[in-house]
Design a protein around this ligand. Sequence first.
Ligand code: S3P
Length: 450
Amino acid sequence: MSGHGTPIPMTSRKSGPLRGTANVPGDKSISHRALIFGALVIGETKISGLLEGEDVLDTAAAMRAFGATVDHMGPGEWCVQGVGVGGFSEPDDVIDSGNSGTGVRLIMGAMSTSPITATFTGDASLRSRPMARITDPIGLFGATSYGRKGGRLPMTIVGARDPIPVNYKVPMPSAQVKSAVLLAGLNAPGQTTVIEKEATRDHTERMLQGFGADVEVTESAEGRVIVLTGQPELKPQKITVPRDPSSAAFPVCAALIVEGSDVLVPNIGLNPTRAGLFTTLREMGADLTFENEREEAGEPVADLRARFSPELKGVEVPPERAANMIDEYPILSVVASFAEGATTMRGVKELRVKESDRIDAMARGLEACGVTIEEDEDTMIVHGRGADGVPGGATCESRLDHRIAMSFMCLGMATQKAVSIDDGGPIATSFPIFEPLMKELGAQIVRANR
Ligand code: S3P
């Protein structure tokens, strides 16, 4: 879906206490991969707990366009009849990935080693994001790309007729790029090697192994080395998608800053490549506990319990943790606003090329709400004002970015004056039940300007 129609202004005001259980939706990263891998397997892959947000629904539609049968069986229950590795057929129309960088980049990788042509587009946010990070490596396999200036969408990709395997060092910490290369490597004969200097989320490696591909991961002086043997015969799977730690971050962080709160967020995937925020929050002095720690579908899972934490302290977030919490910096900057002292986030320049420039979006909104921010290309420093010390009282831009919209809505639950956003529409891309779920806990959110 391109664009989000009529803007939905939203306002949140001092709330609480937030109390109860927050059942957040399925993991977005795993949901995209479940549909794409399911489409690359002959036979029936059954998925439960799929995130039914716009991003993932766009990927489901794309998989149908490439020839897979994708059926919605019930809430969160999906069934994919795949076409096999190399079995994609040519879509007869443009693929619209809406707001989803993960969707479009993984699909570009997956189709790039089949002899078909496809044209991709998305909403204004996705059309502004860099795609050379995908077209460069898929070019090494033999695919050709024709995009707009700066490698932007819309873009047509002509898949390689005789793909060759590649050895690729990913130039930036990006699980999307790593995954696109591995997906391209699936239909190339021989071994495709991906090297990443910093470990990024490893769902693709884990899930490919689960589907029966030969994927070996080792550590070297250069970083993580992932070797995939191409043209495997994948076997259909039953996948239970864990709940999304990146969505859990919102009720968890809101509970930490709203007086009197005590919120349980059950069944959260705590893959170590995703859990950096929770480590950081504990370092800040957050009352956050993991209960009932266990393993489900090969992923570590726990119930998170977050309670109001009036004595949060600013911290230095180690740059080497950035990849493990890259989507959580916007909401961390909100929590940091209620801490004593500065919270320094370095090594975060990838935030500038997300659904929006997230450093700029958060800095401008927080400043408008009375928080002092320092920033450079790769750094953001939030000067905390302590519990109950943030004035609020502004309307912030959500910039077609779901995580920016939800972060400012959580901010307003604890500021002295209400906080508004110009458009809450993008929230539906990843967390369609955010508004009712937060209201059920006690949050004061309305669909209107202040
Ligand atoms: C994702 C990877 C990350 C993340 C995005 C989901 C994935 O993007 O920000 O929300 O599922 O692979 P990058 O690869 O750009 O870091």
